[in-house]
Structures are given as C-alpha cells and as structure tokens.
Design a protein around this ligand. Structure first.
Ligand code: ARG
Length: 467
C-alpha cells in the first residue's frame, strides 16, 4: 500500500502522501498508544450510540464490538502491530478494525478525532486520578505508622534551619500528612473536573446527524452522583479545552513539591550533622570511591524529579497560552508531559512509601539534640508571662538570661536560681521545669499544637480518613 492510500482517514483530497520526514515529525502513536484501551472504550460507546439512534444496524454494531474486543486482546497481550505511518492511536485502531470488520467504515460517523482524543484523555484522567489516590494513601499510611511509633521521640523543630522549639517526630510527620491530605482533595477535584463528556462535539461544531450525546456519556460513565449524564456544553470549547490537563499537572506538581520537601528533611536528618534518622539501605546507594558512604539517592531523586514534573506543567502552560480556538495540532504535544507527570509522580510516591516504611529514627541522637536548653527559651518567656510580666518585657529578660549563660559558659537551664532571680525577681525554683520536654509538649494541647493528646487524636482521625 502506498503511504498516501494508507492515510485512508483523510487521504481523499491528496494526490501525494506526506514526506517520510513529515510522518516521523507528526506521528504520535509512539506515545499515544498508551490510550488504546480508552480509545477502544470510546469507540464501543460511540458505535453503541450509533446503533441506538439507527445510524448503524445492531448487526453492524455487533461486528464492530467483536472486532474491538479482538483488538483489545491484542493490545493487552502486547501483540498489536503499531504503525507510525498511521499517525496516531485512533487511526491505528480504526485501520486495524476496518481490515477485520468492513462495517467499521461506519464507525467514524458523527465524530472527529478532535472529540475522540478529548474523550480518551478524560477517561485517562479519571483512571490516573484513582492511581494517584492509591499512591497518596499508601504514603499517608506509612507516615501515620511512623508517627504512631514516634510519638515519644522528640526533636528540635526548625525555623530558618536554626533550632527553634521542641516537637515530637510524630508532629513533624503529621505536617506532611496534612500536605498530602490536601493533595488527595486536589486529585479528587481533578477527577471531578474530568467527568464531562466531550464526545459528540465533532471537529468543532457537532454534526447534522441525529446522535445521542447523553447515551454515549452514560455508556462511558460520565455521570453525576444521580446517574445523570454530564455532557460538555460548547462544542468549540470541548475540543480545544485542556484545563483538566493543567489541573492534573498542577496536582502532580504539588504532590512532587510536598514529596521534595519531605525528601529534603530526610536528607538533612540522615547526615552525620543531624543523625536523626537511619534510612533503609534498600533505598540508599554507596560510592564507587569512598567506602564509608551511604547516600540518600532515593530522596535526592524524589527532590530532582519534582523539578521535572513542575517542568511538565510549565510545558503545558506555555503550549496553550497563544492558541486560537479551536483544535490546533500543537495540542498533540499535550500528552507526553501529562504521561510523564503521572509516571514520575506515581513512582516517587512508591519510593517515598518504601523509604518511610523502612526508616528508623535514632532516638539517642534526637534526644541529644532536643536536650539543647535554648529550645525552651520561649517556654521560659511564657513562665514569666504567667506570673504577670508583660510579654515584651519577659522576652527581653530571657534574652538577657541567654546572653548571661553564653557569657559564663553555663547552659541556660543550669544557671543558679539566685543569678536568675537577680535578673528578674519573679523566678522561683520551679523555673527549671520549663526545660522538661514532656512538660513543654503536654502544655500544648490546643487544636493543631504538638501536645501528645492532640497528636494521637490527629493520627486517629487521619487513619480513619484513609481507611
Ligand atoms: N493525534 C491527535 C492529537 O492528539 C488527534 C487529533 C487529530 N486531529 C486533527 N485534526 N489532526 O491531537
């Protein structure tokens, strides 16, 4: 078959086929074959609808469906012969189908590749969001498990990467639970946004044929909670809209960003300087030169890959911003960044789950760090406030006390009571209780604070939510 006659779907007005270079340049089947099962689903729905409204017979529909079933089997078995000269996933499947089933020449009645690809992608997004939901919940479960185990392991919390105030490891990990919990909501919102059916919008202006868009939408599961079909309302918007691609890439970017921050904390924590955590060997690598090294490569790659996913979002934004209505071939470039964003996000989630599940907090190193009395300086301010000293004044007094302790090289909590009382007469013997980490945390039991009862109730609430 010559290249031009192979282009059976649009070759009619052409006397010459595309140049070999053009075929190589414009093909998308090398990446959009990933949509094959969604494309087949879409064609099943469309042909069922054509039969329903009488545009094809039940026999023709049955033939098309059995041909599609055969192709589905081939695709699933990895035995379908993809042909780049047939451009994209749609033409490959339609061509193979027509070779098996002559009735398939009627399949493209009342539809265009423009509404077809928009529909395939929405089916893809619904399924991709379910995968992300599963990946996020697995990481959340691992974080909650470590939080549960590390409620009584305390570390300094940091601001400006300087020791600030003590917290439990559990409270620190729960901060990431909150972030990834917001990601769950974001992913659910994208899934909801994907739930509109563009099929029937045609190339740009629908069709004169009596199709039933609601039938197709329902067939494909584009329905609301009551089962009412959700069909797009403007054919021009429907074939050119890529908002859900952007929403999806943004949701992936946010997951990547949160995982990257988590990775950065673990990278710091496993350094000799911190020593708070021992990361599982199965997710670390050694050095070819330095025998002592155990490098947190998995976490560094999670941090690195988030940049790549943010790049995918940027690619889509840049591609779309100047496009006139409606479909433009530029839009074919929407798929690689979307697939990349999903793949990198999913594998990053799996790796983080593996690392979090296997990590071991080093209670000794954590205890050493949290013994730094300076971490409790704010609690000493509160001590004076409770005795009626105005906050600004109390802050100043403790500042002077810190300077005094540094000057005399005596740790803050070991200053003699009479020296402390010289600085301010409100101090009594119980002032040293301020340096007890358990007491410091037990005093913080208002909502969202790191008090132990708060922390355990947050762990419980989140566990309920993801189970
Ligand atoms: N492969 C194309 C894409 O992904 C499908 C739509 C083609 N439409 C067209 N008018 N050439 O965008």
């Amino acid at each position: 078959m010559s290249e031009s006659s192979k282009q059976a779907t649009w070759g009619g007005r052409f006397s010459k086929g595309p140049a070999e270079l053009m075929l190589r340049f414009s093909e998308s089947v090398s990446f959009d074959q990933r949509l094959a099962l969604f494309d087949i689903q879409c064609s099943e729905a469309h042909s069922a609808m054509l039969a329903e409204v009488g545009l094809i017979t039940e026999t023709e529909k049955a033939a098309i469906h059995s041909g599609l079933a055969e192709i589905r089997n081939q695709v699933e078995a990895g035995k379908f012969a993809w042909d780049e000269s047939l451009e994209d996933v749609h033409m490959n499947i339609e061509q193979a189908l027509t070779e098996k089933v002559p009735e398939a020449a009627k399949l493209h009645t009342g539809r265009s590749r423009n509404d077809q690809i928009a529909t395939d992608m929405r089916l893809f997004f619904k399924s991709a969001c379910s995968e992300l939901d599963g990946g996020l919940k697995a990481v959340l479960a691992a974080l909650l498990d470590q939080a549960e185990k590390n409620q009584q392991v305390y570390i300094p919390g940091y601001t400006h990467l300087q020791r600030a105030q003590p917290v439990s490891v559990a409270h620190h990990l729960l901060a990431y639970v909150e972030m990834l919990g917001r990601d769950l909501d974001r992913v659910a919102a994208v899934q909801e946004e994907a739930n509109w059916c563009p099929l029937g919008s045609g190339a740009i202006a629908g069709t004169t044929l009596p199709i039933d868009r609601e039938f197709s939408a329902k067939y494909l599961g584009f329905v609301d909670a009551d089962g009412t079909p959700r069909v797009s309302r403007n054919s021009m918007d429907a074939v050119s809209d890529r908002d859900v691609h952007l929403d999806f890439a943004y949701a992936c970017s946010m997951i990547g960003l949160h995982l990257s921050r988590l990775a950065e904390d673990f990278i710091l924590w496993c350094s000799s300087e911190f020593g708070f955590v021992d990361l599982p060997q199965s997710f670390c690598t050694g050095s070819s030169l330095m025998p002592q090294k155990k490098n947190p490569d998995a976490m560094e790659l999670v941090r690195g890959k988030s940049g790549r996913v943010i790049g995918d979002l940027q690619t889509l934004l840049t591609m779309l911003k100047g496009l006139p209505l409606t479909y433009n071939r530029d839009l074919q470039e929407d798929k690689p960044p979307v697939f990349d964003a999903l793949d990198q996000t999913l594998i990053s989630l799996q790796v983080v789950e593996g690392v979090v599940s296997g990590l071991q907090m080093s209670s000794e190193k954590c205890a050493e760090a949290v013994a730094d009395p300076a971490l409790f300086a704010t609690d000493v301010v509160d001590y004076l406030v409770r005795k009626g000293v105005p906050f600004r004044q109390a802050h100043h007094i403790i500042g002077a006390l810190v300077a005094f302790s540094e000057e005399h090289a005596v740790p803050l909590n070991e200053l003699a009571l009479e020296d402390v009382q010289k600085v301010d007469s409100h101090f009594e013997a119980d002032w040293v209780d301020c340096f007890d980490v358990e007491k410091a945390l037990a005093a913080r039991e208002r909502t969202g604070m790191p008090g132990p009862a708060q922390v355990s109730s947050q762990i419980e609430a989140w566990s309920d939510r993801i189970s």
